[in-house]
Design a protein around this ligand. Structure first.
Ligand code: THU
Length: 131
């Protein structure tokens, strides 16, 4: 799957986003090394802090299906004019399973940039930090 195709998979998730409070839909698509793709959207909650972001939705879908490694790329997209940068909690959750993950970060006009997660979370705290 090309980077463009993964970004467009993430865009298809915008319509699934449950965003009655922020009205800011986010979509994500997580590519595994065997070609499997796990998608996600943000799911908000009346107790605002219980909201889960699109990236974490995709990640927990993958982990709950038995995946723990082999994640290679994650696309995250929003409808806004700016790039949809992953929040701190998502960066941390992704680092747990894929410290070498490449991110494709898009904005509403479908332009995207590619950069490593490690650039957004330098010196991350992960499983090895506990050893
Ligand atoms: N959001 C995500 O889904 N991913 C991020 O990394 C940033 C924020 C969602 C959470 C909330 O539903 C909405 O965007 C506004 O913060």
């Amino acid at each position: 799957m090309t980077d463009r195709e993964l970004v467009e998979r993430a865009f298809t998730m915008l319509e699934r986003a449950y965003v009655p409070y922020s009205h800011f839909p986010v979509g994500a698509a997580l590519l595994c090394e065997d070609g499997a793709v796990f998608t996600g959207c943000n799911v908000e909650n009346a107790a605002y802090g219980s909201t889960i972001c699109a990236e974490r939705t995709a990640l927990v879908k993958a982990v709950s299906e038995g995946r723990r490694d082999g994640f290679v790329r994650l696309a995250v997209v929003g409808g806004g004019a700016d790039y949809c940068w992953p929040c701190g909690a998502c960066r941390q959750m992704l680092y747990e399973f894929a410290p070498e993950l490449e991110l494709l970060v898009a904005r509403g006009d479908h332009e995207f940039v590619t950069l490593p997660l490690a650039e957004l979370l330098p010196h991350g705290f992960g499983p090895k930090s506990l050893g």
